[in-house]
Design a protein around this ligand. Structure first.
Ligand code: NAD
Ligand code: UGA
Length: 461
């Protein structure tokens, strides 16, 4: 075993996984640290080709410019994983950690097959002592498993750090350039301080929190659970408001003005989507059960139960407002991404709402400014029996032509300026607008003569 670890100045970073986290995070590191050579590798050759082209694979405001500044100088995208591991003194693992679909913990536990494959490849290919960073969101104590793989399969010394990512899609560049905090968990103080030095190039030292590895792994799961819990809490209150003539905007304003509660993440809507909230809470629930903490598991599981209920509740409400049946009716779905300013549709609430509407016999016409018609078709491919009912449009007004209702499922800024007085002339008589994101100009919609339903507002009819 080689003990002498003398690579405490990071000069060559390799990141395995060129996805929504690896791509933007490494682009910002390269941009802010011109003295570090950053190589992002992925087994998906198509994705790497896109990163090397003028059409990068992720829509994220500001990302294009960062990539253009650094790519070819100190930022490289490659499929040569082995070479990139060999040349690195610090390797980030930023691979996907989806919910397991089979075997023990299926439907709950995180599937670690990609992270394990990554660790095995690092052990096989490394040519020196290396810092290995968990960037993926992982179950608490994964670092232990990773260390075991290294000890069994390599002669070199690896320091495993946990540096979970807190960026949100749609604001990734802003979040990376000016983070609330950077979290680095690790045992070896020299390795921790080498990674602190990287972030300290642009992040104030007070914002860089160092902890033990397990706290870092757990804090990431806990942060997502707390954020999702707020969304489920405000969504539960949205239903309560609709039943009582209380107004969710007024309630949220009062809640948010209490500095102990804070004003962010109090926007009621169609339910949370995205690749992580659900998977990370399911993972937390699984881990709590594993440690015999049944009540804790049940407590967090309720955040997901409420989220599922909100999506179903609103889809059923659309059907009810349209006379109890949508068979043969045309419904414009405005927005398919799980939130604005991203082209990501993973776990998008729109998938669940479209499922309900298609299964109820509606014709569904989808428009999203950044999600292609092909992607919508692919996300709903499991409903092949209903595929003739699913259509796409190239603008919001076009989606509304002949529609009995329009339902807004993503809060894209452009939907605020839809000219409803013109759109209404193309819709069916007595048409409805369902603002499931509470993001439209409601006075304008009412003036246009449309029936309007808004999440968290008591309906007038
Ligand atoms: P992603 O699916 O967009 O990207 C992961 C990439 O890893 C894929 O391109 C895949 O081909 C590649 N990959 C998997 N195994 C590989 C291997 N053995 N060798 C080479 N490449 C491999 O996933 P993502 O959204 O970037 O998420 C990555 C991790 O970051 C997850 O654990 C997620 O929970 C966490 N995270 C995501 C976000 C987010 O906003 N998406 C934010 C914070 C944390
Ligand atoms: C979330 C966290 O915010 C990030 O800190 C974390 O790094 C990331 O998950 C992750 O681990 O993947 P993200 O899912 O990209 O980021 O986006 P969010 O802004 O958190 O939104 C998640 C969902 O909640 C969206 O569907 C959004 O529309 C919904 N939401 C959010 C609401 O309905 N109301 C709100 O007030 C806030």
């Amino acid at each position: 075993m080689v003990k002498n670890f003398n690579l405490m100045k990071i000069k060559n970073i390799t990141c395995i996984g060129a996805g929504y986290v690896g791509g933007p995070t490494m682009s910002v590191i390269a941009d802010r640290c011109p003295h570090i050579r950053v190589t992002v590798v992925d087994m998906n050759a198509e994705r790497i080709a896109a990163w090397n082209s003028d059409h990068i694979p992720i829509f994220e405001p500001g990302l294009d410019a960062v990539v253009k500044r650094a790519r070819g100088k100190n930022l490289f995208f490659s499929t040569d994983i082995e070479a990139a591991i060999k040349s690195a003194d610090c390797i980030f693992m930023s691979v996907n950690t989806p919910t397991k679909t089979e075997g023990e913990g299926a439907g709950r536990a995180a599937d670690l097959k990609y992270i394990i494959a990554c660790a095995e490849q690092i052990a096989r290919s490394a040519s020196k002592n290396t810092i290995v960073v968990e960037k993926s969101t992982l179950p608490v104590r994964t670092a232990e498993k990773i260390k075991e793989i290294f000890t069994k399969n390599s002669q070199y010394t690896f320091h495993v750090l946990s540096n979970p990512e807190f960026l949100a899609e749609g604001t990734a560049i802003k979040d990376l350039e000016n983070p609330d905090r950077v979290l680095i968990g690790g045992e070896n103080t020299e390795a921790v301080s080498a990674l602190v030095d990287v972030y300290a190039q642009w992040v104030a030292k007070e914002k860089i929190i160092t902890t033990n590895v397990w706290s870092a792994e757990m804090a990431k799961l806990a942060a997502n659970a707390m954020l999702a819990q707020r969304v489920s809490s405000i969504n539960s209150l949205s239903a309560f408001c609709e039943a009582t003539e209380a107004d969710i905007d007024e309630v949220a304003k009062v809640l948010g003005s209490d500095s102990r509660i804070g004003s962010k993440f109090l926007k009621a809507g169609i339910g949370f989507g995205g690749s992580c909230f659900q998977k990370d809470i399911l993972n937390l629930v699984y881990l709590c059960e594993h440690y015999g903490l049944t009540e804790v598991a049940a407590y967090w599981e309720q955040v997901i139960v409420m989220n599922e209920w909100q999506k179903k509740r609103i889809a059923q409400l659309v059907i009810k407002k349209l006379g109890g049946s949508v068979k043969g009716k045309k419904i414009a779905v405005l927005g398919f991404a799980f939130k604005k300013d991203t082209n990501d549709t993973r776990e998008a609430p729109a998938i669940s709402v479209c499922e309900t509407l298609l299964q109820a016999g509606a014709e569904v016409v989808v428009f999203d400014p950044k999600v292609s018609a092909q992607k919508v078709q692919a996300d709903l491919a499991h409903l092949s029996a209903h595929h003739t009912q699913l259509k796409s449009a190239s603008s919001a007004p076009e989606a509304c032509v002949g529609a009995d209702a329009a339902i807004v499922l993503t809060e894209w800024d452009q939907f605020k300026s839809i000219d409803w007085s013109s759109v209404v002339t193309q819709m069916s008589p007595q048409a409805w607008v369902f603002d499931a994101r509470n993001c439209l100009n409601h006075a304008h919609i009412k003036t246009a003569g449309l029936n309007l339903w808004v999440v968290g507002k008591t309906p007038t009819k």
